[in-house]
Design a binder for this molecule. Sequence first.
Ligand code: AMP
Length: 400
Amino acid sequence: MQNIDNYSFLGKKALIRVDFNVPLDVNLNVTDNTRIKAAIPTIKKVLSDGGSVILMSHLGRPKNGHEAKFSLSNVVDVVSTLIGVNVKFATDCISEKTLSASNELHPGEILLIENLRFHKEEQQGDKAFAKLLASLGDVYINDAFGTAHRAHASTTVIAQFFPNDKMFGYLIEKEIKSVSKIMNDSEAPITAIIGGAKVSSKIIIIENLLNKVDTIIIGGGMAYTFVKAQGGAVGNSLIEKDYIETAKRILEKAKTKNVQILIPVDSVVADAFSNEASTQTCLTNNIPDGFMGLDIGEKAIAENVACILNSKTILWNGPMGVFEMSKFQKGTEEIAKAVAKATSNGAFSLVGGGDSVAAINKFNLANEVSHVSTGGGAMLEYLEGKELPGIAAIQHEHFS
Ligand code: AMP
């Protein structure tokens, strides 16, 4: 398998699948350039070797061809400023004009092509469309982890047209290394912290993790289905009735595999799903009727923090409570701080998937963990143990 560091891009046109799916305000200005910044190291490597770059991405969810609010023309200036190169723009991704623009690129130049999803063939994984895209470059780099779980034309199908010239960019390489560090190469004790609203969305991850970790800390809304499965009284807390049996099965399986499952002993409970609700702390298995658990309590925080500080490898996915409301953020905040502290003590920590990333950002601790994943859905599927098509397309020599 080719590697971006060992490859010379001298005189080559590198076709890079980036993730420029950035938020825009009503005036179509980019409001958060994190994803663009994240793509810069890969782009700069190609340019500094003496190559040129063709950037392709999707933006938003256009339904029916071209729509101004989803045009990548809205991001050209930001890309130019951040890289310090005047980026050219092609108003379509597969037209003759675009092909000429790519042919005319000189070393050091960058061409951004229009939103791939203006063509329905992108998401359909159409081979002819992928072939047209492939004709724009000499070498293909996938640096879009956020779409690696999709078998789209630009993320997966295209790789077959570059059997000897395909590779990951720096961003995706770091994501892969971080997850495999957790899944295949971790130092014990290994702790997974799984929170968020529902058991149903995390069940496959939890089952997969039972084969890998020493402890699973359960938090968030899903904890109450587990407490119910153990026969506790959970008042009006979020419960998924259809998953009570599943929760029982997980608890049994954990026992046989010698995995410790930490379910919060106490909870902050409220009489309404509101920051103005009246609250109290009580044992999670004895929540009064009319009250719902919206955060983990002090005892649970202490137990979880002790476990986290004793861990050498930590995976965190999903908040411990309704951290968006100040009254119920403490559990998530204290867990975030503990993960940061364990990291400074030498543990490896990966925060990935959905709201835990929002939480770590809220508490300004993103720089104090080993890796914050950029790909929500892709990270979840990776943790479920699935092979991501965008990754397989690069890793396997013959992939079609
Ligand atoms: P997820 O996308 O599954 O990670 O769920 C994240 C959401 O779960 C956040 O918006 C939290 O507010 C919510 N959440 C966390 N704890 C609870 C809880 N105890 N009850 C209801 N919702 C919760």
